[in-house]
Design a protein around this ligand. Structure first.
Ligand code: ADP
Length: 255
């Protein structure tokens, strides 16, 4: 296995001296190829800050981060935008689909921008549409499909360029439980069959139970880590709830 993401002593302080707030303190972690990792913790723990830093949208105050063997901390804007386009896939809570394009056009947009040959685009869109079960809605426009379908379309778009790392921020946050389960099943399939590496921030223990490893943070520091290993998803879910109970606060909407 190779390491996709390596973070060492990542610290993030907001605000000026005298009035500063340390949102992350000495976070070190690594993620290997093919892992499916969840990040959980109470509200205000630093989850979004950490994800924003890994996304290269924000920078750490100190610490080192490499993704796919590239140091992301010292890149300039142009290098960062190339890096994001080539290496990262983003799945957000709000789908960010373009309303004037069909689902298919939305999905193939990143490939068209990267000048991938048409035949290959066609093949990749079909494969990803199968994985996410959205073949029958490819020619529809976003306003004609459900929230769950929109999220699966947005996830397909994030993943069609085969990113080294998929970053998901509360991907099930706006979905009903059936749609959430559908999306999580699709992400698991992608992880298992395509060795896609996924890092997902969620406050939802049910969503986290689909991960192979869950990292808990509290007050900007690593708190605990759980590995699913041979557990069933139900047993893993129970263990996640136990850690959330220890953490207290912010977990009430998790079940
Ligand atoms: P979580 O995602 O776990 O709820 P966040 O990463 O959003 O937590 O926030 C961690 C802490 O950092 C919170 O106390 C929050 O108020 C603070 N914080 C986040 N972003 C900023 C910012 N831009 N300026 C100042 N404080 C911030």
């Amino acid at each position: 296995m190779t390491t996709i993401l390596q973070a060492q002593n990542v610290t993030k302080t907001f605000g000026a001296k005298g009035n500063s707030y340390t949102a992350l303190q000495n976070i070190s972690l690594s993620i290997e190829t093919g892992e499916y990792v969840g990040i959980m913790g109470p509200s205000g723990a630093g989850k979004s800050t950490l994800l924003n830093i890994f996304s290269t949208i924000d920078t750490p105050t100190s610490g080192e981060i490499t993704i796919d063997n590239q140091n992301i901390v010292n890149m300039n804007e142009e290098q960062l935008s190339d890096f994001r386009r080539n290496k990262l896939g983003f799945i957000f809570q709000d789908y960010n689909l373009l309303d004037t394009l069909t689902v298919k056009e939305n999905i193939l947009l990143p490939l068209a921008l990267s000048r991938v040959p048409a035949a290959e685009i066609e093949q990749r869109v079909e494969d990803i549409a199968d994985t996410f079960g959205i073949r029958e809605i490819l020619d529809k426009y976003p306003y004609h499909i459900s929230g769950g379908q929109k999220q699966r379309a947005a996830a397909s778009r994030a993943i069609v360029s085969k990113p080294s790392l998929i970053l998901a921020d509360e991907p099930t946050g706006a979905l009903d439980s059936k749609s959430a389960a559908g999306l999580l099943e699709s992400l698991s399939k992608l992880n298992q069959h395509n060795q896609a590496t996924i890092l997902m921030v969620t406050h939802d223990a049910y969503a986290a139970s689909y991960c192979k490893r869950v990292i808990f943070i509290n007050d900007g520091q690593l708190f605990q880590e759980l590995h699913k290993e041979d557990m069933t998803r139900q047993v893993f879910f129970g263990q996640i709830l136990e850690v959330l109970a220890k953490l207290g606060g912010g977990h009430h909407d998790a079940v």
